[in-house]
Design a protein around this ligand. Sequence first.
Ligand SMILES: CCCCCCCC/C=C\CCCCCCCC(=O)N[C@@H](CO)[C@H](O)/C=C/CCCCCCCCCCCCC
Ligand code: UDX
Length: 436
Amino acid sequence: MSLDYTVIGATVLSSVVLLGWLFCWMMHAVSICFGLRHLYKSVATKQDDIGDEALPGVSIIKPLTGVDRNLKENLDTFFNQDYPEYELLFSVPNDNDPAILVVKSLIESYPKVDAKLFIGTRDVGSNGKINNMVRPYEAAKFNNIVISDTGIKTTPTTLREMVSCLKPDVGLVLQMPYCASRKGFGAVYQQVYFGTMQARNCLSANACNINCSTGMSCLLRREVLDKAGGLAPFGKYLAEDHFIAEAIRKQGHKVVLSSLPALQNSGNCNISDFHKRLVRWAKLRMTLLPTLIVLEPLGESVIQGAAASLAAGYLLDMSPLAFFIGHLLTWFLIDYFLIRIVQNGPLPFSKFEFLAAWLFREFTAPYILLQGHMTHHVVWRNRKYRVKWGGEVERIPEPGEEKLLQQQQKAREGDDVTLLADKRVVQALQTVAVTS
Ligand SMILES: CCCCCCCC/C=C\CCCCCCCC(=O)N[C@@H](CO)[C@H](O)/C=C/CCCCCCCCCCCCC
Ligand SMILES: O=c1ccn([C@@H]2O[C@H](COP(=O)(O)OP(=O)(O)O[C@H]3OC[C@@H](O)[C@H](O)[C@H]3O)[C@@H](O)[C@H]2O)c(=O)[nH]1
């Protein structure tokens, strides 16, 4: 009896594809169960019995670069935390940064809030955000550090909620990225992106204890990060959030999700800028976890649906078109259910807008991943970086910047204690610290 290897091959491949398809539905189910159980289930209320005096002090670091039309409104929310003891540490890379005026005016408006502004970076690596945060990190008064990006808007109870998640065995509390409601299709699209695909991955990964971080808003124990060398060793990566979470986990501490998502409220909802950000993130993910090069496209509804339709057509003799339509419709309905959980109620836009933004996201996602493959460098806040396999990055100098970057690199390589101390003195002299 002769074996038909083509038939065996096609049968095995179709079965694997259908198993992958079932795995995706399992991810949907896990993210919905975890979201329902975890999101907006405030732990803080239980802690209220402990009393304010038992709550630890928190230093909130806000690395800023430039201004957008929502910056003042966003920063203002940090001055209104319902929390007994916290300090705000703003930092900007240089004294031309327009964010300085915004911060100074807020500091003047809230004389009772402990707030400082740091001007000038310390270059410990290529990552501009890390360089911008090193000095406030070292100056922080408290052991509990919040890192919060410039575009984040917060609510009065968020800090209390995040601190309540910081149990003794926890080293890092992450806020899952989501968005505040803003006007326009670009805003709806971002909300749909973070409330569906990103939420599914983030919730299911956290439910299964897989590191899936976004560092836009997190609370960490400084003593734990200091054991890994503080912030400086992470300056060589752009995905510093991923590596910080890894370092904390390696020390045996848990990384948990806060029950409140982070509200991104940048004044810029431009779709093309958002796509550039997604391409940068995609590039970071595929260089640091190459298995995602295969898995990530397979986790997309359109690619997964196309592959599963062909497999079902072959194995189960079903109409591939009917299978594909049923697949997409079910995925759509489950995503609608998930985003309602992430939003904690009715969506701030119509069902039609949801449908349009959802279709746009699902059908552009493969193209964005492809662009991530095709770019050799990423751009972040007007700076170009070359990303190496493993996640390390190198700044690509702009014309005229080569010498400066070489000097900075040499200074980093030659850092001994005396040189570092000298540099600290120079930097201290260059710094203007505005204290309330
Ligand atoms: C057969 C089909 C299998 C489908 C598997 C699907 C695999 C998941 C694919 C993509 C993950 C997307 C993750 C999105 C969140 C990451 C956001 C991000 O890019 N953040 C960067 C900027 O902040 C950050 O620097 C990079 C971090 C690296 C994140 C790596 C995440 C891996 C998560 C994998 C989740 C799998 C969940 C499995 C649950 C059972
Ligand atoms: O050169 C820089 C770039 C960025 N930043 C600051 O870093 C924060 C995040 O920057 P953006 O909002 O441009 O970028 P993203 O939202 O894409 O960042 C996100 O993805 C990449 C990760 O490394 C970040 O931790 C995460 O926050 C902002 O607060 C920004 O002001 C700097 O201080 N200097």
